[in-house]
Design a protein around this ligand. Structure first.
Ligand SMILES: Cc1cc2nc3c(=O)[nH]c(=O)nc-3n(C[C@H](O)[C@H](O)[C@H](O)COP(=O)(O)OP(=O)(O)OC[C@H]3O[C@@H](n4cnc5c(N)ncnc54)[C@H](O)[C@@H]3O)c2cc1C
Length: 289
């Protein structure tokens, strides 16, 4: 059985979005295909007529500094992010997240754009990126816009992208002195695809004080979650066991954990998240010295 009827190879972003707007529907972009092919094969995705292959678009493969930001193209595969000195310097939580995704074969073909566009609340690359305050550059046939990452999601597996839009890439602030990030996750033994729980944190330190912090957790709600109340609580506090304990309490109060039959109960996730928070905060704190 054919999973599609037509396969297009655009060479530019403009060609890709025009193909999405005008090719015979249903039409959908494909990057590494590690999520999409399985979903089509297993009947978890509505049938498609046309696939628009994004892998030939050079712009989507850029990984470079642009002004005051690091730009990572949506078509960059996870292994390239792991090996990139620029990403290692400016996006530590993302590098750690991408290094844990699947196995080497998956990391060679699966892209950061696909990880984000699939819109799962616990996608590892997505959570690593969210703590870095990244924005997504989104292209449509007649426009380009930059949106905060969280505006890309409507619900589990539901992205806010329109049918003729693609993610071109992600921009994130360059790391300054005394800033650092870290990522941590718990996965079932021999688990594939998604973790039981993951958490990324970014912080800026001023001596013994946390000047600012960002925390992302998945899955902790229907869309990738930023713990903004806990971030506000941490700002200006001395880094101490008491502060970590207060942050753990705050995170438990604001995150919404659920039981997923294949992975973990909500109670187990509540037990895990306080440990992940402490470990990731401590790692980022030491790195930010
Ligand atoms: C064995 C295995 C293990 C895995 N392990 C993990 C894991 O540990 N952690 C984890 O988070 N994920 C994991 N995954 C899931 C998957 O590999 C990642 O989510 C991957 O990053 C998806 O990228 P892709 O390029 O393959 O996307 P694709 O499958 O090509 O596309 C996924 C979705 O995104 C859309 N899309 C892709 N690129 C764009 C774009 N630029 N703009 C707009 N829409 C786009 C597609 O239309 C599709 O809907 C695993 C998958 C497998 C098969």
């Amino acid at each position: 059985m054919n999973l599609w009827k037509e396969y297009l190879h655009p060479q530019t972003v403009q060609e890709a979005v025009e193909a999405l707007a005008s090719a015979t529907p249903p039409v959908i972009p494909i990057a590494g295909g590690t999520d999409l092919m399985l979903d089509l094969q297993q009947g978890n995705h509505a049938p498609v007529h046309t696939l628009v292959d994004l892998t030939g678009i050079a712009e989507l493969h850029a990984l470079e500094i642009r002004g005051e930001k690091l730009f990572i193209g949506a078509g960059v595969p996870h292994n390239r992010i792991v090996e990139s000195p620029l990403a290692q310097e400016h996006a530590q939580s993302l590098v750690e997240a991408c290094g844990l995704i699947g196995g080497p074969q998956v990391r060679n073909s699966a892209t950061l754009g696909g990880n984000v566009a699939h819109a799962l609340p616990a996608a590892d690359g997505m959570i690593g990126l969210l703590a870095l305050d990244a924005e997504a550059e989104v292209a449509a046939p007649a426009s380009r816009r930059c949106v905060p990452l969280q505006e890309l999601f409507l619900g589990p597996g539901k992205s806010a992208l329109k049918a003729d839009e693609i993610i071109v890439g992600f921009t994130l602030p360059l790391r300054k002195p005394h800033q650092a990030s870290a990522f941590n996750r718990v996965m079932r033994a021999q688990g594939i695809a998604l973790p039981i729980l993951n958490l990324a944190t970014w912080l800026e330190r001023d001596g013994e004080t946390i000047r600012a912090a960002r925390i992302s957790v998945g899955p902790a709600g229907p869309t990738p979650f930023r713990a903004r109340q806990t971030e506000a609580l941490l700002a200006g506090k001395i880094f101490s066991p008491e502060t970590i304990a207060a942050a753990q309490g705050s995170l438990l109060a604001e995150a919404k954990f659920r039981t997923s039959p294949a992975r973990a109960t909500a109670e187990y996730r509540r037990e895990l998240v306080v440990v992940l928070l402490k470990n990731a905060m401590s790692k980022a704190w030491d790195r930010a010295k």
